[in-house]
Design a protein around this ligand. Structure first.
Ligand code: NAP
Length: 259
């Protein structure tokens, strides 16, 4: 299937590690162009250099998206380099464990690192997305549906991303801009590895989690999330908007007696 992404321009936040990296790679594999916005400087510069080996297919902006001015700069730089924006993948975020006990400052910081840039980037990209009838993807989390315990800030941010997905899908109907969310559950990424390593026995914890994933008793791969993302970005999903996609091997929804 040709997804018709060739020469189309997509912004991927956190696009050089984990799920974001897989999405950037999938876009490049489909012949598209990528603007990566991330604070992971080395990984981002290395990936852009790899993508640009034969010709310029990607650019990057290094910095922390908690800074609204940086979000505006991401859009400005994308236009400067590519002249258009065909889609935005809001992906940068982390489960920072800002719990009920952690207090108001930790909670607000968590919203800042996980949520505000999702809004800011769409706000600044809007004129260009209207022109291209672009597509927006919000990477949320199963935590928005299930809770996890000990992570109020992240859960609030991930839930808000689902609210915004529906709100923007409604708001942007007149412009044929589609907005969808992907909710990963258990995907081995640098962030996930770091979280597992906080347990006394990470191998045992990993095995316990995997044993509860119904489909093939394995984690979802970043490539499986990325495949869903490029489909949602493409005009092959031209009538899909306001949807929450949950490629998780049945982790959230299937009968618990199966595991
Ligand atoms: P990851 O491996 O840490 O990659 C995320 C990238 O985004 C990192 O380079 C990170 O930099 C960057 N980043 C985070 N916050 C940023 C900010 N404010 N400004 C600029 N860059 C920022 O994480 P991942 O596991 O791929 O997660 C990607 C998304 O999927 C997140 O929204 C996460 O909540 C969601 N998710 C993941 C899973 C999973 O199982 N992995 C499950 C549910 C949801 P640093 O390394 O410096 O933080």
């Amino acid at each position: 299937m040709d997804l018709n992404l060739a020469e189309k321009v997509f912004i991927v936040t956190g696009g050089s590690k984990g799920i974001g990296e897989a999405i950037s790679r999938a876009i490049i594999d489909e012949g598209g162009f990528v603007m990566i916005a991330s604070r992971s400087e080395q990984e981002t510069r290395d990936l852009v250099a790899e993508f640009n080996r034969d010709r310029i297919k990607s650019h990057c902006l290094i910095g922390d998206l908690q800074d609204t001015l940086l979000c505006k700069k991401v859009i400005d730089e994308t236009i400067k380099h590519f002249g258009k924006i065909d889609g935005l993948i809001n992906n940068a975020g982390l489960n920072d464990g800002a719990s009920l006990e952690a207090g108001p400052v930790a909670f607000r910081n968590s919203l800042n690192v996980n949520l505000h840039h999702y809004y800011d980037l769409v706000h600044y990209a809007l004129p260009y997305l209207k022109k291209s009838k672009g597509s927006i993807i919000n990477i949320s989390s199963k935590v928005a549906l299930t809770g996890q315990g000990g992570t109020s800030g992240y859960a609030a941010a991930k839930g808000a991303q689902l609210g915004l997905t529906r709100e923007w899908a409604a708001d942007l109907l007149p412009y044929s801009i589609r907005v969808n969310a992907i909710l990963p559950a258990e995907v081995m990424t640098p962030l996930y590895r770091k979280w597992l390593d906080t347990f006394d026995n990470p191998e045992e914890k990993e095995a316990t989690i995997i044993s509860k994933i119904p489909f093939e008793k394995r984690m979802t791969t970043s490539d499986e999330i990325a495949a869903m993302a490029v489909f949602l970005l493409s005009d092959k999903s031209g009538h899909t908007t306001g949807q929450f996609m949950i490629p998780d091997g049945g982790y959230v929804h299937l009968d618990r007696s199966l595991t």
